[in-house]
Design a protein around this ligand. Structure first.
Ligand code: NAD
Length: 246
């Protein structure tokens, strides 16, 4: 049976995570019709339909995507994990499955949460733009899989007879309410007395974006793709404003 997609109906993969949940809440505020797909359910919202499943399960994904015009992909194993097989399976093989499911379910837009680390080689970056090449020597295995993931998504632009448009948004560190990674890790390090060292000359550059701004950026990306299909196949860095100098 053909299900006609409403342009404001979406699936948020990883919608029970830190960023994903904020995105779901912001989409609810904007009156989108939302399905959430995640391996776990961490909250409830009467406005959303929850599907608990693994994104490597194509059948389950296709079922959750029925009638969706937009898929937001915000799922990933935690960057702190040392499980390389899991990173590869979810971020790379899983993303191939996401793309394939988008094709099968006739989805129009796939919005990926990528990472600014995909261009980071270990030296400060100031003022670069999206023309910067991918890192040839990524800082860790997680980042290697984010590069492969982003390339897969951007190359899938206009597959399915031109129907699927893809875009990637690249935040760096994300902070805000319910952050389980960045601020708790820093606080834990401080508690253990590990914050008494300065790496480099103390002027290192790092960029953080408030979680609501990342969520806003993802929604704007979906809306922009709807208006201008030429944006498809491209990645965009996202930040609050100026990088924070330590
Ligand atoms: P998170 O760990 O809070 O959320 C990720 C969610 O993905 C979790 O709810 C998890 O259950 C789900 N998930 C993991 N494997 C899955 C699978 N196989 N099938 C279905 N769901 C699965 O992480 P986050 O901080 O919200 O990150 C969201 C996205 O943003 C990720 O793609 C991450 O790479 C990217 N990102 C995060 C940051 C940051 O600072 N948090 C920075 C740059 C990019």
């Amino acid at each position: 049976n053909l299900v006609v997609a409403d342009s404001r109906t979406c699936l948020v993969i990883g919608g029970c995570g830190f960023l994903g949940r904020h995105l779901v809440e912001d989409l609810i505020t904007r009156k989108w019709k939302i399905r959430v797909f995640d391996v776990r359910q961490t909250f409830d919202a009467p406005e959303a339909v929850f599907h608990v499943g693994d994104l490597c399960d194509k059948k389950a994904l296709i079922a959750a995507m029925q009638g969706c015009s937009t898929v937001f992909h915000c799922a990933s194993p935690a960057p702190s994990s040392s499980n390389k097989d899991m990173f590869w399976k979810v971020n790379v093989e899983g993303t191939k499955i996401v793309i394939s499911a988008c094709k099968a379910a006739q989805v129009s837009r796939l919005v990926l949460t990528s990472s600014a680390s995909v261009i980071y080689e270990g030296n400060d970056i100031l003022g670069d733009d999206e023309d910067s090449p991918y890192a040839t020597n990524p800082v860790d295995f997680y980042t290697s899989t984010k590069i492969a993931q982003e390339q897969l998504v951007l190359r899938a632009n206009r597959v399915n007879n031109g129907r699927l448009l893809t875009i990637a948004i690249r935040p760096h560190g994300i902070f805000g309410p319910r952050d389980t990674t960045m601020v708790p890790t820093l606080a834990d390090a401080a508690r253990k007395g590990k914050m008494k060292f300065i790496i480099g000359d103390g002027n290192n550059v790092v960029d953080f974006t408030y979680v609501k701004n990342v969520s806003h950026g993802l929604i704007l990306a979906a809306l922009a793709l709807e208006k201008n299909s030429d944006l498809g196949g491209q990645a965009f860095h996202i930040t609050n404003d100026q990088p924070i100098l330590f």
